[in-house]
Design a protein around this ligand. Structure first.
Ligand code: AMP
Length: 134
């Protein structure tokens, strides 16, 4: 069974490390997919992909280095308020490193009543650089 069709993919962005720890920059990107999976099933698949890329949450510090971090930003207009899955993502509007790639593929998308582009306009994008192919 097809679990997802890729509808859009942003460029990759180098972004300054997040949190207090000294660590290498992150690479961030956003994708938009069409999937028959419900939000919980989709998150489960994302966590299996993280594990395949060597992610072991038991051994890492919060906001420290990680091999791969896949977050669900929004799912249609679904609202879920549970610790294991909060939608839209609770820190979405604080994070330019999410909004910059999201605005590239979906600037007019409204999430929780705010457009992505207008939310981004209120944040600093210092240090975020789009990676080019060359
Ligand atoms: P992190 O290590 O920062 O990716 O946090 C992952 C934890 O946040 C997991 O235990 C998830 O169950 C939970 N979580 C809650 N909402 C979301 C979301 N929208 N996307 C990804 N993980 C989420």
């Amino acid at each position: 069974m097809t679990q997802a069709a890729l509808l859009a993919r942003s460029s990759d962005y180098v972004t300054p490390p997040w949190g207090d720890l000294e660590q290498a920059p992150f690479i961030n990107a956003c994708v938009e997919i069409d999937t028959p999976l419900d939000p919980h099933a989709l998150l489960f698949v994302l966590q299996k992909i993280e594990a395949k890329f060597g992610r072991d949450r038991a051994k890492e510090l919060r906001w420290g280095p990680r091999t791969l971090d896949l977050d669900l930003i929004a799912y249609d207009d679904v609202s879920i308020q549970k610790p294991e899955l909060t939608l839209p993502h609770p820190r979405l509007f604080e994070r330019a490193f999410v909004l910059v790639p999201l605005a590239e593929i979906s600037p007019d998308r409204a999430i929780g009543g705010r457009s992505v582009a207008s939310a981004l306009a209120g944040l600093s994008t210092d240090g975020i650089e789009r990676l080019t192919d060359d």
